[in-house]
Structures are given as C-alpha cells and as structure tokens.
Design a protein around this ligand. Structure first.
Ligand SMILES: *Cc1c(COP(=O)(O)O)cnc(C)c1O
Length: 220
C-alpha cells in the first residue's frame, strides 16, 4: 500500500523536524464513503485505526470487517445526533465531535447505561463558521467542565479549519486553547490535520491526524 507508506513517512518526517516521536502521532484512516473492498488493502498493510463520519454507515460496514480484524479501532469524526449517542457508544472507540450540552448529556447517559467509557474530543469551531460543527471557542471551558461532570473521558480538542485558507494559525490556536484549559491535566491530545495539511498539523502538535482522500483517493 504505497499511499499508506507515503503518509506514514511524511508524518515521521514532520515529527522529526518538530523534535517529536513519530509514535506520538496516530494516523486515523478516514474511510467514509469507501466500501469494504477499498478498506481491505489498508487492513492488509497493517492499518488498524479508522474513522467514519456517520453512525449508520459505520454500522453497516464495520461489524463484518471487525470479525476479520478484531483489533481495529474505530473513531467517529462526524457530527453526532443525540438520538444516536447509544449506537455511537456501542460501536466507536473514540468520538471526536462532542460540541454541545445536549450531546454531552446524551453521551454521558449512554456511557453509563452501557458501562463503557469512550474517550472523546471536544470539537471547536475554530474559524467561527456558521455552517460548521464544533462549539464556540468561548464555550470550551464550560463544555469541558460539564462533560467531565457527566463522566465523559475528554482527552483533547479537535478542529476542522476553514477551507481554502492557510490552516496553520488555526492549528496553533487550537493548541493554545487546549493548553489554556489543561490546568487539571488530561487534555493532552489534539485531533487536527487532514489530507492537505496533516504535516503542518504534526509540526504544530497534532496527536491524531485524520487522513481520507490521500489514502483512498478522491471521494465520489
Ligand atoms: C472527511 C473528513 C476527514 C478527511 O478528509 P480528507 O481531506 O479526505 O483527508 C477528516 N476529518 C473529518 C472530520 C472529515 O469529515
């Protein structure tokens, strides 16, 4: 799988430049819209961490693949409706899109009911865009506090910067917001960087990069 080797090498090179260990960066292969046939080569090449943006699509695709590869970890990177919280908690190993109090409440309840604590990221609307998911920067402290109160293990912050302009300032801003809210510890992870900008994200401290099209080709 040439693309996978290429992406891994580029992550490693960026990590080295930044004085970081390549193992400190987790590559999440974003397999949304791609079927099992497209995913198989990545599994065969050793990739074990995948991301999807829709609960139903993931439910249709992954149970069978996971039977063959039980050690696969699945991340939810798309917006989550509160009425899908139980399904998401059952299926995913990590949720990147916690962005509002109603979802915090639903996820807290779902995790308690399932007796399963799923690590979560708080998604920040880093470019203050109307159409994007994520909480406002000013709301991060309160949302973080309520998530912790609800028993949700929040491990870090996630963002999708505005399209079409340089992402670096937004990645740096997310890192600063995380540092500013990390007095009590535990907010050490940064989910940022996609196909076009993951190297920049690694330079600026990403611990999770979410790469889709650079691995799978363009989505239909
Ligand atoms: C689709 C998606 C990605 C991957 O995007 P590419 O540009 O294809 O790498 C990453 N993060 C989120 C939240 C996505 O929805």
């Amino acid at each position: 799988m040439d693309q996978l080797q290429d992406i891994r090498a580029r992550i490693a090179r960026s990590a080295e430049i930044a004085g970081r260990k390549p193992e400190a960066i987790e590559l999440i292969a974003i397999s949304k819209t791609h079927d099992a046939e497209a995913i198989e080569p990545l599994l065969a090449a050793g990739q074990r961490v995948f991301g999807e943006n829709r609960v139903q699509e993931a439910e249709a695709k992954w149970p069978a693949l996971r039977t063959a590869y039980p050690e696969v970890k699945l991340h939810l990177v798309g917006q989550l409706q509160s009425n899908k919280a139980e399904d998401a908690v059952a299926l995913f190993d990590c949720i990147h899109s916690v962005d509002r109090p109603s979802l915090v409440a639903a996820l807290g309840k779902a995790m308690e009911k399932a007796a399963r604590k799923v690590p979560c990221f708080i998604q920040v609307n880093i470019g203050a865009e109307d159409q994007k998911g994520g909480c406002a920067i000013a709301d991060v402290p309160a949302l973080l506090a309520s998530a912790r109160e609800a028993g949700i293990p929040v491990v870090g912050l996630m963002c999708v910067p505005p399209a079409g302009i340089e992402a670096a300032p937004f990645f740096a801003l997310l890192a600063k917001i995380a540092a500013d809210n990390n007095a009590d510890g535990g907010l050490d992870q940064l989910s940022m960087g996609m196909s076009d900008d993951f190297e920049t994200a690694v330079l600026l401290g990403a611990t999770q990069v979410r790469v889709g099209s650079a691995l799978f080709g363009k989505r239909a």
